[in-house]
Design a protein around this ligand. Sequence first.
Ligand code: ZN
Length: 451
Amino acid sequence: MSDADPDLVLRSTRVVTPEGIRAASVAVTTVDGRISAVLPHDAALPPAARLEDLGDDVLLPGLVDTHVHVNDPGRTEWEGFASATRAAAAGGVTTLVDMPLNSVPPTTTVRALETKRAVARAAAHVDVGFWGGAVPGNVPDLKPLHDAGVLGFKCFLLHSGVDEFPHLAPAELDAALREIAGFGGLLIVHAEDPHLIDRAPRPSGPRYADFLASRPREAENRAVAGLIELAREHAARVHILHLSSAEALPMIAAARREGVPVSAETCPHFLTLTAEEVPDGATEFKCCPPIREAANQDALWQGLADGTVDCVVSDHSPCTADLKARDFGEAWGGISSLQLGLPAVWTEARRRGRTLEDVARWMSTAPAGLVGLAHKGAIEPGRDADFAVLAPDETFTVDPAALHHRNQVTAYAGRTLYGVVRSTWLRGRKIADHGTPTPPTGRLLERQPTA
Ligand SMILES: [Zn+2]
């Protein structure tokens, strides 16, 4: 901590704090990038401070998106650190955590981690952390990766979509989890059961219903059940990625009541888009697990409301436009939404009577907590001065040309959303103004030692 005086005050009639939404003046010391105090709205300015009066625009903690596929290096025609972090900054995201696959090399060794860091360092418009990968044969790499600062480990139970990041067979999963539990790490899992996916009809053709039938809920439900058992057996922290099947919610809730260290996230597309509305051939809506029916979506919202689901993160997973062929069997699975997650989720949250306090908890505080970034995720003294300034009652229509990610394909094209991100702030400096990013000032983040 610094003993320097605050030199910036952001004042708003609606500041989203852990104690609720209230009028406040947030004092920031830009030399260390921290919030120094949350003062009354009409507090006198500290002597050296510049005032940024936001009026009635809402001051939110910057979003922490723990599920982003940056694909850099190796598949930079799909995405890259410069373009992804520009999209993040424009969308109110101040921290992202990069997934270990789709880049080449994948982040399964310390050497690969250093390769990624070297690429990200100069290009990052927001703060960037890294997940490691657990793949067959790399158990000896897990502890070194943990010591080198990855925030946890991702694995698959079935084909990942790219051959250089193979999935774990049951015995390999058990061995990886035992190792990770031994040093108090976190395992994050793409939870679909390979046998039930194999038994389902093969996807092909332009009909969304055929694709949906190829990724049944039972595959998710069974995988989640197995992971809960493993988390219990090893007393190991396991996080369920991109939960789509709401049928798995009661199991997760029961396990948590029992004290099993399992957590879950869902994604903006599962909360805002429905299977019923996907047009034939619209493979920009393809992801795995898939977007399901409206009734399932209602139940996911209930899971967020009752705390069974902790986080809402993007699973931004872009590719080049040609890989989004009009055939659901052939198209790349992944939805690009890094820049749109906040307005997409807020639009639906608002319709369902939820508040921006809820949105900040799901999209900032809880993801920061998941990965142990204690200095991120809330507007309170001592935390980083990371903010998203939102005009929540204004609308805009999604124009893919206004998106900063590399390939401007998105399932949200043409939608009218509530919530315009006016500006984004990282450690007390404005990093995007009305959708336009400033030069990169992001830093690379490492796992923080737990107390
Ligand atoms: Zn993903």
